[in-house]
Design a protein around this ligand. Sequence first.
Ligand code: PMP
Length: 467
Amino acid sequence: MSSVSVSQDESFSVDEPLLPVSGGDLTVPLVDGGHTPYVNLDYAASAPCLRAVAARVEALLPYSASVHRGAGYASQVCTALFESAREDVRRFIGGRAGDSVVFTRNTTDAVNLLAHCLDHVDTGRPGQGAGGAVVFDVEHHANLLPWQRRPGFRCVPAAPSMAESLAALAAELRARPAALVAVTGASNVPGEVPPIAEIAELAHRHGARLFVDAAQLAPHRRIDMAADGIDYLAFSGHKLYAPFGAGALVGRPDWLDAAPGYLAGGGAVREVTVAGVDWADGPARHEAGTPNLPGVVALAAACRELSALPADRLRRHEERLRGELVEGLTALEGVRVHRIWTDVQDAVGVVTFSLPGHDPALVSACLAAEHGIGVRAGRFCAHPLLARLGVPEGAVRASIGVGSTAADVRRLVGALADYLRSGPRWTYVRRDGQWVPTPDERRLPGWVENIVGRQRVPVGAGTPCGH
Ligand code: PMP
């Protein structure tokens, strides 16, 4: 088994999780009939819930009642928690005092909300209407498609270096002004972190605002919107150690208040007649319908837990593990670790790699079935980027977080070394576009079988898109 060296000069250990997560002690069945502790290296898709966050949701549930509408005590509790969550979120990402915090379903929803608002912005430039958004071709589809279908959209091909990429962006903005530059805070493929403050300065110099897709940045780094000049920012709870279903859009209220409600319905209005509507100002304008209270309370709890970590502790934990992962992967003959930019050093705990000549979907199915390791294979909802990286067929992604340890990294590197040496040790067949081990006697947990009946364990690896 290939081993990874742990540098001794750090004053903390990465042998233990940084924070306890639900499912941190999960045991999963293997295809050969054995069981093993689960290695979750798929944090970038959806992270496990922090135990402290799960406890907060548990504490909330007895009070489940209407938010904003009810006169009862439980309803007041829910309203107080829902509204105070805005401040937890704003503080977590260093928002300005006047910034709106709008709760959404996730990052995708938040970007679509901002794009809807952009349709109604008057940039004051004669003949240009709202003005479109400009992106690099490295974005997750969530930060590409909402802009792509609107007028004025432009996509700047990223150059091999960030310096050249920024020069190309500046040239594009000079040639034709834009309302908005939309950029990822950290790539969901190689984890690279663009220089956000520099991009903000560049955008502002050309009269554009900056939106940062922080779906991958927020779980890994302290963000300071105000200091970095970020006008709008979005992230998702399910990647930030909270359960699924809640996210946030944070930013300057003027554009948000210039557009009609994103969803038309109750709670978003001041006054309604049969002929028309007077929309509410502020976050409520775009939050029609009953909100996802447990999701929002969980998101706020996660923000508090991460904020309470000593400065840089999270970053250092992840940098150590990422370093060991990249070192372990590059030591394996034939493994290629993907990068976008040659001059971007900073990267979060998301690493994408290929084993040339090996189907990434088969590799990930084998890691799950034979080793109990969860990674992701596919194109990660970033098709243009995967094409640019020269792997249009997809790749494998391993991603870490607060529950990850050096042992997790060693298990992955060891399993890949084994795969490269011997190939899969089980038989796999292609079924419905996925690699499936056969035979496969693994059972779903008893309580799940009680609900869904006896089924084959769905491998689910190597979906055509992936997240
Ligand atoms: N942006 C990035 C960089 C992402 O990684 C993801 C999720 N993979 C999204 C946006 C979309 O997030 P969600 O699915 O929570 O809307």
